[in-house]
Every structure is written in C-alpha cells, then in structure tokens.
Design a protein around this ligand. Structure first.
Ligand code: AMP
Ligand code: ZN
Ligand code: ZN
Length: 404
C-alpha cells in the first residue's frame, strides 16, 4: 500500500513535471520576438518612391510614423546608441562618431576598431543588457555598441562593412534555429547601403534607388526566414533609421581654416557640425572670428545652444559649437565635399527618417505622428515585457498609442 502510494506520488510528480515543462516551453514559444533593423540614412520619404514593396506590406499591416526624429547631432553613432539606450547623446556619451576626451587626450574614432570597443566611452545601458538581466537573449549583426568589451549582446559579430546581405540574414536564420533556451528574442540588423550611396551620389541618385531595391529584397528574405521558423505571428519587425540625408552644393563650402587662421584650436565632430576646444584666452577671440564671418552657419557657446538639442551637459563637448545651415558644409583639414550630408539640425525634415513596424504588439493600419528615436527603446521594452533601465530619457507615454 505504502509502495503503491509512493508510486502514485512519483507518477503524479512525473506528470506534473512533464505538464509544466510543456507549458513552460509553450510560454517561451509564445514570448514575442523583436527584430530591429536599421537602414542607415533612410530619409523619411525614400519609402514613398514605389521601390520598396516589402516595406509597403509591413506598413499595410502595421504602423508607419510620418517620420522618426533623430537626436542631435544627426550622425550615425550617437543615434544608433540613443535608440538602444533610450538616452540623448549628451547623456550616453557617444556625442559624435569621432571625438576626443579633453581630460585624457584619448580619442574615440569609428574607423579605429579598438576605441569603439572600449567600454569607458559608453554610458547608459544597452537594451540587450537589460533584456539579458531579465532572461531574454539577444543577437546583433553590427548594431553600434554591440562590440563593446563586457557589454556585448548574447550573440554578436565584429563590424564588417562588406558582409553581403545574405550572410547577415543567415546569422538571423542560425540564431532562430537555436533551441528555445538559447534563442535570442531580440535581434538587431544594420545595413549601411543608403548611407554609402547617399553620401557619394546624393539622395536623388539612381544609385540610391538601386540600394533601396536591394534592401527591400533583403527584407523580404528576412521575412521568409521568420516564416520558415513559424514565427511570423510572434515576431515584431521594426524598420527604422538613424537620420536622413540632404544634398549639398559644391559652392556652399565654408572655408573654416581660413576663418580660424592663426588660432590654436582642436576640432571635434565631422561635417557639418563641430565643437571646438581652445585655451581660455583664445576662446573669446575664436568665437568673435566665427561670429563675424558667420554666413552659411551658426556659432554658439555650448551653454547657449537651444535646449531642444539636448547637447550641452557633457564635458566631452567643446565650448564652441558651429553648425552649418542646411545645404552648407565646412571645408576643414579632414572633410571634403560629399553630395549628401547629414549632421544638421534635427528639426529639418531632411534629417528625419523612417519608422515602420508590424507584428503582434503593434496596431494595424496606423499612420502615427513624428516621434523621437529615443522612444523606440520604450516601445521595445514594452513589447518584450522588460523593465527599462533607470534614468533613461525615453518615455512610453509619448508612443504607447502605437501599441495594441
Ligand atoms: P556617418 O555617415 O559618418 O555618420 O557614419 C556611417 C558609417 O558608420 C557607415 O559607413 C559605416 O561604415 C560606419 N559604421 C556603422 N556601424 C559601425 C560599427 N558598428 N563599427 C564601425 N563602423 C560602423
Ligand atoms: Zn548613419
Ligand atoms: Zn552618413
């Protein structure tokens, strides 16, 4: 009797263990996925050219914002890092693509591998870190910040500008093949094609259009991969960008070395925005020289920059800021003419980008007003049901109307 009772208990235990394993697995299966895709420099209106049917299919089933507003400065690294930390650049520390720490003299340069990997530059907590702490794995194909020592997503690769699109999609395929316990539910993908072609040939060039067509085909392949894994119903696709692009004219050059001839100064940033460091006694004179010649650009003391730029709190930002007017650019030792430029004021329409999203978390058939890219962080946290990190600038209240 005693034995039978124990046998019954064991059978009941085995049954419950089996039942809960299955329900756990099911619960895991049902957890939503987010695939966050960046088409670098996809201006808000590029997707109205009739060249991107796959994007259109996402719009038809989901949400499109009139535009996504970039953080200032409208550059690649500050904005990609804002999107995944929910912070303004002045708070997360990646203030330009290239900058110098005036205290140590160390430099951060995107084309210098090691500096982008040093965690000392990065404040804020990337969303993949917060997700990981709350039991959600992540995988990144080249998102800015995913190569940083000790701060990497669960799965990530070192940056390779030339990796073919198919290989990028193959990584997602591979990660979605993993057993549930290892599988990332937050996936990130980055493509530089529109930025490359926009700079070189301009936003209205046939080369840019070809890049759009190619990217749209890649997006379609990605959706097929998701479908092959039977994950379409649980996957949220978010397609966005970091900033737009504006065509400049060669004759709109501002000869910065000429204006600042005879002064000792350090420039940081990249066309069309720089901040300037100089010794105490020459700062006033530099400011006056810039102010006297100010045509095609604006000059500001850092402390008098409009608050809407959120670009003054950080000691890495120099004391004087110069910002070219839309369509103008600075000639400096480092920069040469490019047809397309970004980095201008984030209010101007040409600096704003796309936001398209579709999946179980998003409303259907909604055209939303322009919103700030830092709030994408809040959207992803909500969809993945993770608690946001403390002290972020993102605010779900500004974007919750996009969600079901
Ligand atoms: P920009 O147009 O100057 O703001 O910078 C865009 C460039 O950033 C692209 O051409 C990419 O080559 C580069 N880039 C994007 N992501 C990374 C990364 N994770 N590591 C290094 N370079 C990157
Ligand atoms: Zn960019
Ligand atoms: Zn660019």
């Amino acid at each position: 009797m005693h034995f039978l009772q124990n046998g019954g208990k064991i059978r009941l235990f085995l049954f419950l263990a089996f039942f809960f394993t299955i329900t756990d697995l099911k619960a895991g299966e049902d957890k939503p996925y987010v695939i966050l895709i960046s088409w670098d420099a996809c201006r808000y209106d590029y997707i109205d050219r009739g060249l991107t049917p796959t994007v259109q299919s996402l719009i038809d089933q989901g949400v499109r914002a009139k535009s996504l507003k970039s953080c200032f400065p409208t550059k690649t690294f500050p904005n990609h890092y804002s999107i995944i930390t929910g912070m303004y650049p002045e708070n997360h520390g990646i203030i330009f693509n290239n900058f110098i720490d005036p205290a140590s003299g160390d430099s951060y340069r995107i084309k210098k591998d090691d500096s982008v990997k040093q965690d000392k530059w990065y404040k804020g907590i990337p969303i993949w870190f917060t997700a990981q702490e709350q039991g959600i794995k992540s995988g990144s194909v080249f998102w800015v910040g995913s190569e940083v020592y000790k701060r990497r997503p669960t799965y990530s690769l070192d940056y390779n500008h030339h990796m073919p699109h198919d290989e990028r999609i193959a990584m997602i395929d591979k990660w979605l093949d993993l057993p549930l316990i290892d599988r990332p539910h937050l996936l990130m993908l980055y493509f530089a094609d529109l930025d490359d072609n926009g700079h070189k040939y301009g936003p209205d060039s046939p080369q840019l259009d070809s890049a759009l067509v190619k990217l749209d085909k890649t997006l379609s392949k990605l959706l097929s991969v998701v479908a092959e894994h039977n994950l379409t119903d649980s996957t949220n696709i978010i397609l966005l960008t970091d900033h737009g692009m504006l065509e400049t004219k060669k004759e709109n050059a501002i000869n910065l070395p000429e204006i600042l001839k005879g002064f000792n100064y350090t420039l940081q940033g990249y066309d069309p925005i720089y901040s300037i460091f100089a010794s105490e006694d020459s700062l006033e004179k530099i400011y006056s020289a810039l102010k006297q010649n100010a045509s095609g650009y604006n000059v500001y003391w850092k402390s008098e920059l409009p608050g809407r730029f959120h670009f003054s709190k950080n000691p890495l930002i120099g004391d004087i800021i110069i910002l070219a007017d839309p369509g103008y650019y600075f000639l400096s030792g480092k920069s040469t003419y490019s047809v397309g430029v970004h980095g201008y004021d984030n209010e101007i329409p040409e600096m704003q980008g796309i936001f398209v999203a579709s999946g179980p978390g998003f409303k259907k058939n909604l055209t939303a007003d322009t919103f700030l890219n830092i709030d994408v962080y809040a959207l992803i946290c909500k969809i993945l049901q993770i608690k946001p990190a403390d002290s972020v600038d993102a605010d779900i209240e500004r974007v919750k109307h996009l969600l079901k």
